[in-house]
Design a protein around this ligand. Structure first.
Ligand code: KIV
Length: 301
């Protein structure tokens, strides 16, 4: 049943992901919100980075999963445009519209219990600065705490404009799925030294422009580690090795219910747990203990 506590114990001595949500370490339940309850904010993620503690993120698209994911102690919920593939059955994220993301953000916001809500800006919704401002406002009004954009240095002005107008931004670099037609497929990015250096420069420029978080998808682990060191902002990785500040997966992937080929960076946490709640809590714990991702989930240069 959603909201039921999942019994966990830490073997490493590290606080469990679910315990971080409270000002003093304690076990379940985190519901209802007590006076010690602390929602995750961008400052929480910055503190994790400063302390060298890894944080977890997962996609969710509805209220029930948002409740399960947030109560499992996952720090960030992304309403990803991956919903175009995992919910709608498209072969890319390009058909997803603003209205659809707004709808799913409002569902997630109702079930969320203290995670930071990040909303994807879908394909062409930030093609100009004006469009980005107008569309980001819709997502923030629906309940998002920050927005995510895919691109490189051309996004600097957009990120500055959003940031100056109170919209926190995550800049998504590496394999940016909205660029699938430019990349000619879903391919690991930054494999050679020249493209690696360009990606490091872009990450630094986007943070200087106001990006609060960098998300790296499908880049070699050593490059992700260099970027996480080079920028002050927290760096979240997916298929980017274990040295980023946080990790993210698509919910359906980590529950083993994605159709088609399983990407290298995915681990099915439901396979070794008895329920969806336990699988999600196990993911959050494995990330906080830096046991996930392992070598086998990682790309080399
Ligand atoms: O849309 C999405 O779910 C994403 C993740 C893969 C990071 O962007």
């Amino acid at each position: 049943m959603p909201g039921q506590p999942v019994a966990q114990t830490s073997t490493s001595g590290l606080p469990l992901a679910s315990e971080r949500r409270l000002s003093s370490a304690r076990s379940w339940p985190t519901y209802p919100k007590g006076k010690d309850f602390m929602a995750v904010t961008i400052n929480t993620l910055r503190e994790y980075k400063q302390k060298g503690e890894a944080f977890s993120a997962l996609t969710s698209y509805d209220a029930t999963f948002a409740q399960v994911v947030s109560e499992a102690g996952v720090d960030v919920i992304l309403i990803g445009d991956s919903l175009g593939m995992v919910l709608q059955g498209h072969d890319s994220t390009l058909p997803v519209t603003m209205e659809q993301i707004v709808y799913h953000v409002s569902c997630v916001a109702k079930g969320n219990h203290g995670s930071l809500i990040m909303a994807d800006m879908p394909f062409m919704s930030y093609g100009t600065v004006d469009a980005a401002l107008e569309n980001a406002a819709k997502l923030m009004r629906a309940g998002a705490h920050m927005v995510k954009l895919e691109g490189t240095d051309w996004m600097k002005d957009t990120i500055t404009a959003l940031s100056e107008r109170a919209v926190p931004v995550c800049a998504h670099l590496g394999l940016t799925p909205q660029f699938v037609n430019k990349f000619g497929g879903y391919k690991v990015q930054g494999r050679d030294e020249k493209s690696a250096e360009i990606m490091i420069d872009h990450a630094c420029e986007l943070v200087a422009a106001g990006a609060d978080i960098i998300l790296l998808e499908c880049v070699p682990a050593p490059l992700a580690a260099r970027i996480a060191k080079a920028v002050t902002a927290p760096v979240i990785g997916i298929g980017a090795g274990s040295d980023t500040d946080g990790q993210i997966l698509v919910l359906h992937d980590m529950l083993g219910i994605t159709t088609g080929r399983k990407p290298r960076f995915v681990k099915n946490f439901l396979a070794e747990n008895n329920s969806i709640q336990e699988a999600i809590a196990a993911y959050a714990k494995a990330v906080s203990e830096r046991k996930f991702p392992a070598e086998e989930h990682t790309f080399k240069a």
